[in-house]
Design a protein around this ligand. Sequence first.
Ligand code: ATP
Ligand code: MG
Length: 224
Amino acid sequence: MPSSPILSLSNINKFYGQKPNLFQALKNINLKIYSGDFISITGPSGSGKSTLMHIIGLLDNPSSGQIFLNKKDVSKLKEKQLAKIRNQKLGFVFQQFNLLKRTSSLDNVILPLIYSDLAKKEHKTRGLEMLKKVSLSDKIHNTPAQLSGGQQQRVAIARALVNQPQIILADEPTGNLDSKSGQQIIKLLIKLNQEGHTVILVTHDPKLAKIAKKVIIIKDGKIC
Ligand SMILES: Nc1ncnc2c1ncn2[C@@H]1O[C@H](COP(=O)(O)OP(=O)(O)OP(=O)(O)O)[C@@H](O)[C@H]1O
Ligand SMILES: [Mg+2]
């Protein structure tokens, strides 16, 4: 294992609300993620999994503590800089696939390339490559309504991969799927990890969490 983590959280606390109704959702979280890791974050409903995922994904600021991405402290950056880092370094997969409704699979997948340095003429090639990775080469022109739930989630995974992110973050990616489609998504995450992608899977399902190489259990905002 390499000596320095790609992502490191140091003494992270997260409060919601205002005094006297302050609620502490994360309590002194310390976590190191290395290249090639497959980590699951699990715990009961309300334990702080999504809050942690939003902080790891630079979608929300911690109330205190530091986040290092490739040794650089990113915890004090402004939203514009964070958006750029998110777009280049992180790929997100959510429970609700978050695809654009009237847009084809291919166009959904290449959407995050708008801000990339990749030449415009390469966008389609890259998009097709990603859709091939998720076994959807025959559905490139379909809109989300013309796809099954599992297929929509695979489009979302292709979109998460399109900028070749360092880390893929998946929050309950099988939550809206039947068990067979869910298994396909999990197999795909395992395959991506075997190909060298770093994967973080958030799930309330302890059985599902076990497929990761490392399981982190969170209860009442604390890592157990
Ligand atoms: N915006 C908010 N304002 C106030 N409290 C919040 C907010 N977001 C989350 N919380 C609280 O923080 C705690 C952790 O929420 P979080 O969404 O991280 O849980 P979770 O582990 O992802 O749960 P689930 O498995 O149900 O998705 C919960 O008690 C929740 O009520
Ligand atoms: Mg959640």
